[in-house]
Design a protein around this ligand. Structure first.
Ligand SMILES: Nc1nc2c(ncn2[C@@H]2O[C@H](COP(=O)(O)OP(=O)(O)OP(=O)(O)O)[C@@H](O)[C@H]2O)c(=O)[nH]1
Ligand SMILES: [Mg+2]
Length: 348
């Protein structure tokens, strides 16, 4: 997400006052009569200072997304990474400063017009004092917005018009291999809380439908019971992200994890997420007997695939099931609804 550049209070004030001096010089070079000119100079100073600072504040307000207008996944993400309350508060403070500067501009313009040229200077000085103090009042909030800009720069870029498939499963079971074999280009990496490897995101198209496949290394591969509250929020955000979860089992257990533990994690994810799931029993090329695999297949109601992803043998079958589930569960309505909401909120 690209947020606008956030200046410091000093930068804002300097720019405002510098432009004000230039505006004053312009008036000074006109042929106005002495008393009127003195007043006009101070008036131009106050107006230019307020308008210059406000044009930057206005840009910040317009270019910083309104949280409620974003898809829920982004709302959750922003909340986990920087905190939604602080984000709203800071944007509110910028809005507040913008309003006060408008008032100062109007009030002091009137006062200067009613004054003589000597007291006009004092009135302008008073206005500048107030302008600086208003801008300095929002120092912490500007600071926070600058921090948020940096933190959110590499937020996952999600295509909400695509069917989004999240891959889950214990380490080493073949998640990245699936992502690499099913999608076109090499996956893009985006930041995600609690995973040093970030989310790995790949795309493909099939029969005019777009698919986005999301690998979650280090996130959906351990017991949810072991997680703290913030980590759980990071998991909850994924629920708004994926339309489908692919859970990969490694019945060969060469990944180093017992089938029973893999099954327990599957059951937990199933309980926590209200998302349709597909189960892949991978690395079947390494199995000498299918007894253990069949035992677990019997416990599962979700669509099941026996695969050997590394030789790409049934990638097309997997794509076909994803397409089926996509038609069943992910109508294009979801995105349409999102756009409608956006329009409604804008109209308010
Ligand atoms: N024999 C065999 N090996 C496989 C298969 N799928 C993946 N592998 C191998 O298993 C290893 C782990 O695969 P990855 O795709 O890196 O597994 P991962 O789940 O992404 O692992 P983490 O990122 O550590 O969580 C690699 O050496 C793969 O080549 C398969 O179907 N058969
Ligand atoms: Mg991986």
């Amino acid at each position: 997400m690209k947020l606008p550049h956030i200046p410091t209070p000093d930068e804002l004030i300097d720019k405002g006052f510098n432009r004000a001096s230039r505006a004053a010089s312009k008036v000074r070079s006109t042929k106005l009569h002495g008393r009127v000119k003195g007043m006009r100079i101070e008036e131009a100073r106050v107006q230019t200072a307020c308008q210059t600072i406000n044009s930057t504040l206005d840009r910040i307000i317009k270019e910083t997304p309104i949280i409620e207008e974003l898809p829920e996944f982004y709302q959750d993400y922003i909340d986990i990474v920087v905190g939604v309350d602080q984000y709203k508060h800071s944007l509110g403070a910028v809005y507040w400063a913008y309003g006060v500067l408008k008032q100062i501009e109007a009030q002091y313009t009137t006062r200067i017009r009613k004054s003589d040229s000597l007291s006009a200077i004092d009135i302008r000085k008073e206005a500048f004092g107030r302008i600086a103090s208003v801008v300095n009042r929002i120092e912490d909030e500007l600071d926070f917005l600058d921090f948020a800009k940096r933190e959110l720069k590499n937020m996952p870029n999600i295509d909400f018009t695509a069917t989004r498939v999240v891959i889950a499963g214990f380490p080493n079971v073949g998640k990245s291999t699936l992502l690499n074999n099913i999608t076109d280009a090499s996956p893009k990496v985006a930041n995600y809380p609690f995973t040093t490897k970030g989310l790995q995101i790949g795309n493909y198209e099939l029969n005019w439908r777009k698919y986005q496949i999301i690998d979650t290394p280090g996130l959906l591969d351990r017991s949810i019971n072991d997680m703290n509250e913030i980590e759980l929020n990071a998991i909850a955000a994924l629920e708004h992200l994926g339309n489908i979860i692919i859970y990969i089992f490694d019945p060969s257990q060469t990944s180093g994890f017992l089938m029973e533990n893999q099954y327990l994690l599957y059951a937990e994810i199933k309980k926590v997420f209200q998302t349709p799931m597909i189960c892949l029993f991978n690395k079947t090329d390494l199995l000498e007997t299918t007894d253990l695999m069949d035992e677990y297949i019997a416990k599962i109601d979700d669509p099941i695939f026996k695969t050997s992803i590394s030789d790409r043998s049934n990638i097309n079958d997997i794509k076909a099931v994803i397409e089926d589930l996509s038609k069943q569960y992910c109508s294009d309505d979801e995105f349409e609804k999102y756009l409608e909401e956006l329009e409604k909120n804008r109209g308010r």
